[in-house]
Every structure is written in structure tokens, then in C-alpha cells.
Design a protein around this ligand. Structure first.
Ligand code: RUB
Length: 302
């Protein structure tokens, strides 16, 4: 798929979820590099920048997207000719996609020791990393049930229940506001990650802050599942990721909206580090206060 097709699919959420978005963006950069034939290095780099900006503009909150693009074009400006720059993008992007897929698997494996005995899990939205954690625990016979929050307004919880049911995991759909009702039965919460900031703040689907605060009230551990490329390097110097606001029609069609009523639709939450028990990455489980170390060790050069 080319850059524009990919950008449109990310924008309209046909491609969604921070990891999938990142892999699709890397694949689009790869496609651009493959299709570029005989041009100067300068022309190639200009086109690469345009492609990068187009992809990054599609969704603001998942830093995985801009990290995937930066990793794909890493080192190209230092190359001496068009062909070496072009092959560098191809190999960077291929490597990113491979590593990203294997990171999701490793997160599952790293999550397993957190569920020492059988119990129930709660999750929100649809996260491939959180599902990987759930599936690994399920294979080890440690899941007696999963509560999947519906996740208003786009109902990504419906994707989660289908994926878990297909894998034979006992799963129950709840409306988001029932999370407190079921929490006394829950042993652990696994949630996905759009972005992790250097102070350990977690940015994930709207409702994640509510879930974390509810888990804390019931003394239930909550883990963010996050590949290392979901950490925000610029947060080291105080930058925050932008919280995406989406159209009001996702909540209520304009025709059903009474006069003089506004709809506000922020689609991500910023969860403070003190509400997060830990972060499961492909390189191990860390405390939120160790986020800065992941940035230094894995993302310093992008
Ligand atoms: C998806 C979402 C997911 C994270 C992590 O939001 O909040 O929890 O992106 O997903 P949206 P993954 O549906 O708005 O993209 O673990 O698959 O990267």
C-alpha cells in the first residue's frame, strides 16, 4: 500500500491500534523507497520528508507512528547517494516491522509471571500487546475470565471479544461504566499503550485513567503493555503528546443532537505514573519511573 492509501486508512481508523499503525507506516515508507527509481539523493530525501509528514499527520497521539517513521528513515541524510539511502530505508523499515511483531510476542511471555495463579483479567479497547499478554496467560491455564470494556464511542472492545473468543478465552463484554462493579472479581488489568512519557505517564484509550483509578481503589495491579518504540523521546525535554479530539458524530449523529448542545470527544487519557503498577516491554517489566531509561537505551538516536 502506498503512502497516501496508508495515510487515509490510518485517518479513517481502518488501520488502528498504535502497533498496527506503526507497522503500516513503516511499510508505507518501504513502499515509497521501493517505488523510487533513478533520482538524485536530494530528490529522494525531499520525497521521503513529504511522505513522513503525511503519515505522521494522520493521528497525533500514538507516538509509535512518528517513531516508526523516524526509525525507517534513520541515517538516510548521511548517505552519499540515492541507492544507498533507498536501500537503507528498505532495510530499516523491514527490521522495524520484524522487531515490532516479535516485541508483541515477547510482551506476552514477559507478562506470564505476573499471573501466578488462575484469575480474572480486565482490559479496555483493543490492544494487540495486551491481548498477547492475555493469550500467554490463557495458554498457561491461568485465565478464568476476561472482562472486556466496550470502549465508547468506537467500541473497539467488540474487536477484543472476537479475538479472545476465537482463541478460546472465556470473555465477558461490559459497558465501560460497569468496570467498578466487576472489579472485586478481577486479579489483574492489562492495557495497551499509545505513548509513554519519560515520567512514566501512560497515554491510552479514553477510560484507561478511570480503569487505573478503579483498580487502585480495589488494590488490583494494572500493567501497561508497551513496546519500547512507544516511548516519547521528546518528553525528556518536557514535551507532551497531543490528545486527539475526534468528531462529535462518533458519539451522537448531528441530527439527534438537541439545539445548543455541544459534544466533546477526547479519545485518549493521560494516566499518571502513580496509578500504574508497571510497564511490560519486550525487554522486561519496568516501573513507570524507569521510563527515561528505556528512552535513553532504545530511542536516543531518533
Ligand atoms: C487503540 C488503543 C490501544 C493502543 C495499543 O486506540 O488505545 O490500546 O493503541 O494498541 P485506537 P496495540 O483504536 O483509537 O487506535 O497494543 O495494538 O499497539
Amino acid at each position: 500500500m502506498n503512502v497516501e492509501e496508508t495515510a487515509l486508512k490510518i485517518q479513517d481508523m481502518t488501520i488502528r491500534g498504535a502497533g498496527r499503525i506503526a507497522r503500516a507506516a513503516a511499510a508505507a515508507m518501504l513502499d515509497y523507497a521501493v517505488k523510487c527509481k533513478s533520482m538524485t539523493l536530494e530528490e529522494f530525501l525531499v520525497g521521503l520528508d513529504i511522505a513522513a509528514l503525511r503519515l505522521i499527520s494522520t493521528r497525533p497521539t500514538a507516538i509509535s507512528l512518528s517513531n516508526a517513521v523516524s526509525i525507517s528513515i534513520r541515517g538516510t541524510k548521511e548517505q552519499e547517494d540515492f541507492n544507498t539511502a533507498r536501500y537503507l530505508v528498505i532495510s530499516n523499515a523491514e527490521k522495524f516491522i520484524r522487531n515490532s511483531n516479535s516485541a508483541v510476542e515477547k510482551i506476552g511471555q514477559n507478562a506470564l509471571p505476573l499471573m501466578k495463579k488462575p484469575g480474572k483479567v480486565i482490559t479496555i479497547c483493543n490492544s494487540s500487546a495486551a491481548i498477547s499478554a492475555i493469550l500467554e496467560c490463557h495458554k498457561a491455564g491461568r485465565i478464568t475470565g476476561v472482562y472486556a470494556c466496550e470502549t465508547r464511542p468506537k467500541k473497539q472492545g467488540l474487536i477484543t471479544i472476537k479475538e479472545l473468543a476465537k482463541a478460546g478465552v472465556p470473555v465477558t463484554l461490559i459497558v465501560d461504566s460497569a468496570m467498578r462493579f466487576v472489579m472485586p472479581e478481577v486479579s489483574i488489568a492489562f492495557v495497551g499503550t499509545d505513548t509513554l512519557e519519560s515520567d512514566g505517564s501512560l497515554i491510552n484509550k479514553i477510560g484507561t485513567h478511570l480503569l487505573a483509578a478503579t483498580a487502585r481503589d480495589f488494590n488490583i495491579p494494572i500493567y501497561a503493555c508497551a513496546e519500547t518504540y512507544k516511548f516519547l523521546p521528546a518528553s525528556k525535554i518536557g514535551q507532551h503528546v497531543e490528545i486527539e479530539l475526534r468528531p462529535s458524530e462518533e458519539i451522537l449523529p448531528a441530527s439527534e443532537l438537541p439545539a445548543n448542545v455541544k459534544v466533546f470527544n477526547p479519545v485518549f487519557d493521560r494516566v499518571p505514573p502513580e496509578l500504574i503498577t508497571g510497564i511490560i516491554t519486550e525487554v522486561g517489566i519496568i516501573k513507570p519511573e524507569e521510563a527515561i531509561r528505556i528512552i535513553k537505551e532504545h530511542l536516543e538516536d531518533i
